[in-house]
Design a protein around this ligand. Structure first.
Ligand code: PXP
Length: 237
């Protein structure tokens, strides 16, 4: 199984928003990413809409021919838009409203009823649901109990520790992926994955269905161009 690369285009929306007009054109950028080989497009609308905006989602869904993954905290507003747009995948993250970026996963047991209901409404609309979690086996078990199709393992700590002790940094991820495989849950991963650490991550973690990468990939595109960078990342998978 080849791990899919979903390109997170939030940073492109951030540049667009900084000038108020439509440059760069987010929808065109998403299509170009697909043409250059992306297996999917990820966006993460945040409550202040500083990157992608809620009204971008339907426009993106209309043109994307691979998969649209929408991440975010399942607020009333977020759920209304997601259930309406029906992306291929919805990744639920526990971010508080002002979060700079997602830096931890759900404590699923504490939110069991809330998440069970949210996942059930997404399932009813045929939307695959992934829960963002820290690499902790008890969270994988809990994700299965609330009915998630997938987990997304938070890789921020892995990326931070990669150059210190990569075997130690990856151990929890491997264990979680094995447990997920036994429970019939698929595994995604994301946060701070980059050209240095991606190959090791992808070869070490079994049954890795998808990585979503934004910050490093878009930063690399400033030097290498988006048409080259997507291939560079895919070659590592
Ligand atoms: N997964 C989740 C849940 C995220 O919030 C983000 C950042 O928006 C990513 C993956 C991608 O992280 P990065 O931008 O560091 O590649």
């Amino acid at each position: 199984m080849r791990t899919k690369l979903s390109v997170n285009i939030n940073k492109v929306a951030l540049i667009r928003n900084s000038r108020g007009a439509n440059l760069p054109d987010l929808v065109q950028f998403a299509r170009d990413c697909e043409n250059y080989g992306a297996d999917g497009i990820t966006v993460h609308p945040r409550p202040d809409e500083r990157h992608v905006r809620y009204n971008d989602l339907a426009l993106l869904k209309d043109v994307i021919t691979t998969e649209l993954n929408v991440e975010g905290y399942p607020s009333e507003k977020f759920m209304k838009v997601v259930l309406n747009v029906q992306p291929h995948q919805c990744t639920l993250v526990p971010d508080p409203p002002g979060a700079l970026t997602s830096d931890k996963g759900w404590e699923i047991k504490k939110e069991k009823i809330f998440l069970t209901n949210i996942i059930s409404s997404l399932r009813d609309r045929g939307i695959r649901t992934s829960l963002f979690i820290n690499p902790d086996v008890s969270q994988v078990d809990a994700a299965s109990e609330v009915g998630a199709h997938r987990i997304e393992l938070y890789t921020g700590d892995f990326a931070r520790d990669y150059f210190i002790d990569k075997e130690k940094a990856i151990a929890g991820h491997v264990e979680c992926a094995k447990r997920a495989g036994k429970l019939g849950i698929e595994v995604n991963a994301g946060h701070d994955l980059n050209l240095d650490n991606l190959a090791y991550y992808a070869k070490s973690v079994p049954l890795l269905a998808e990585v979503s990468i934004g910050h490093a990939l878009i930063s690399d595109a400033l030097y290498f161009g988006i048409s080259n960078v997507i291939g560079m990342y895919k070659n590592l998978l």
